[in-house]
Design a protein around this ligand. Structure first.
Ligand code: QAP
Ligand code: CO
Length: 172
């Protein structure tokens, strides 16, 4: 089932999500719906709060070397905790909740996280490059943060002005 994606400036995007405690069929169904939604909207990452559910869950499905978005590469990350962050990387980010806007964001280059899978099993993952960026971007959603909070002051001013103009033109 494809869910509606909440867009900026919806206040729910600024709420902190709560830990998952029940690893049941309802969670499994929700993760499947998140995947369908991310694919339908042409995304590579999606956090639960973006579809209105304030739980510490996100999914990431990057494009591989053959330029295919393979479901076998799907990552389902629940209750993530950062173990380490090192170095710096600048990457041009976008977000399904801020459609049509892309800007450079500086983040840690190398990260290590601990998380749970859909069954509640504890896992560890080391990442760099785009996967590291995607994990940090999605983890920010769990704490109520968007990438537009990490762009410079002047870029943010310009964004607010342009985005307001755009939403005035949008039909309801
Ligand atoms: C987060 O972003 C991310 O504006 C996932 O019109 C960002 O899937 C991961 C999208 C940067 C890694 C690097 C955005 C689709 C998708 C749009 C997305 C749009 C259509 C964004
Ligand atoms: Co996002």
């Amino acid at each position: 089932m494809i869910l509606d994606v909440i867009t900026y400036p919806d206040k729910r995007l600024f709420e902190k999500s709560a830990d998952v405690v029940k690893f049941d069929n309802e969670l499994a169904k929700f993760l499947d719906d998140m995947y369908d939604t991310m694919i339908a909207k042409n995304g590579i990452g999606l956090a639960a709060i973006q579809v209105g559910k304030p739980i510490r869950v996100f999914i990431i499905n990057l494009i591989n070397e053959d330029e295919v978005q393979d479901k076998n590469d799907l990552l389902e990350i629940i209750n993530p905790k950062f173990i380490s962050k090192d170095g710096e990387i600048v990457y041009q980010e976008g977000c399904l909740s801020v459609p049509g806007y892309y800007e450079d964001v500086k983040r840690a280059k190398d990260i290590k996280i601990q998380f749970q899978d859909r069954f509640g099993n504890l896992k560890e993952l080391e990442a760099d490059g785009l996967l590291s960026v995607a994990i940090q971007h999605e983890n920010d959603h769990l704490d109520g943060h968007l990438f537009i909070e990490k762009i410079g002051f002047n870029k943010r001013k310009k964004f607010d002005k342009e985005y307001k103009k755009k939403s005035k033109l949008k039909p309801i």
